[in-house]
Write a protein that binds this ligand. Structure first.
Ligand code: HEC
Length: 276
């Protein structure tokens, strides 16, 4: 009897728990289990040579993301909500595909009988669901666009529409650096940070309330922080990744800082603290 219990416990320990993916297309909500997803006829084995999260060549069972989102509007945004509060955003146009030249988005599904390895010593694996890319370079897909531990995929309006308080001033010309910086912010920072209290992620501090980092950090220090947070302040539980020039060029970083400075001058009036 005891042996059976031990065997049962061992089996349990090596099996990934059953998971459910919530798919909210804005027109309807669906919940798909791992088993349902793995049973789809369009499941393929995909080889990902430069897996961004595992830093290795990986092989997955996966479905083409666009097959899960038929009829998605290329102007819409996709949001991937992870179990830890990370919320990556992608323009729908990246998923609907621009034909043979574009990057291809695949939703990798962790098979319960063959769980994926841990991402690092103190982290669980990328399951239950993980967005992987084939030919990511073809569409400049950055590391923040490989969300893992996905719990839900939602089709939404673009962030500028949903979060008007993080928009640069309307009177800026279309090619103003602060506008370009807003795009850089959406691609790289919005997955973890709010700004002016808006945004869906809850991983890092707000980048304008109560203060903008451009107000309290010397600009060279802020650049250092973005490139390699640990080289500015160090502690074991730090979660912010560094952005190398391959992901975020110096030019992008200039625009991003211009955007943050611009927003420092466009902070909503603080709500008065309740007095007793
Ligand atoms: C994967 C999540 C994640 C991403 C992406 C991310 N950050 Fe962070 N950031 C954090 C977390 C978490 C902290 C708190 C410190 C820590 O744990 O590293 C932080 C801290 C910061 C701070 C320090 C705030 C302070 O005063 O303590 C700044 C500034 C900052 N981030 C800016 C950025 C910018 C700019 C980007 C985009 C280029 C970015 N972050 C992208 C998670 C992230």
């Amino acid at each position: 009897m005891r042996i059976l219990t031990i065997i049962a416990l061992l089996c349990f320990a090596t099996l990934a728990p059953a998971a459910t993916l919530t798919l909210d297309t804005g027109k309807g909500m669906q919940r798909l289990t791992t088993a349902q997803l793995l049973a789809r006829p369009d499941v393929r084995i995909v080889d990902v040579p430069g897996d961004v999260s595992y830093h290795a060549a990986m092989r997955y069972r996966a479905v083409p993301l666009k097959a899960l989102l038929p009829g998605i509007d290329p102007a819409a945004h996709l949001q991937f909500v992870a179990l830890d509060g990370f919320a990556a955003e992608l323009p729908g146009s990246l998923v609907t595909g621009q034909g043979a030249q574009g990057a291809e988005a695949w939703l990798a599904i962790e098979p319960p009988d063959a769980p994926w390895p841990a991402l690092s010593k103190d982290k669980p694996g990328a399951g239950p669901f993980y967005l992987v890319w084939l030919h990511p370079e073809a569409s400049h897909i950055g590391p923040e666009q490989w969300p893992y531990q996905i719990a839900a995929v939602r089709v939404l309006a673009d962030p500028a529409t949903r979060f008007p308080k993080m928009r640069p001033a309307a009177d800026l010309p279309p090619d103003a650096p602060a506008r370009r910086g807003f795009a850089v912010f959406q691609r790289n920072c919005l997955s973890c940070h709010t700004l002016n209290g808006q945004g869906d992620a809850r991983l890092g501090p707000d980048l304008n309330i109560p203060h903008s980092p451009t107000d309290y950090l010397r600009e060279d220090m802020l650049r250092t922080l973005v490139r390699n947070p640990q080289s500015l302040r160090q502690w074991p539980q730090a979660k912010m990744p560094g952005f190398s020039p391959d992901t975020l060029s110096d030019h992008d970083l200039d625009d991003l800082i211009t955007y943050l400075k611009h927003m420092a001058a466009h902070r909503p009036a603080p709500t008065p603290t309740p007095t007793r």
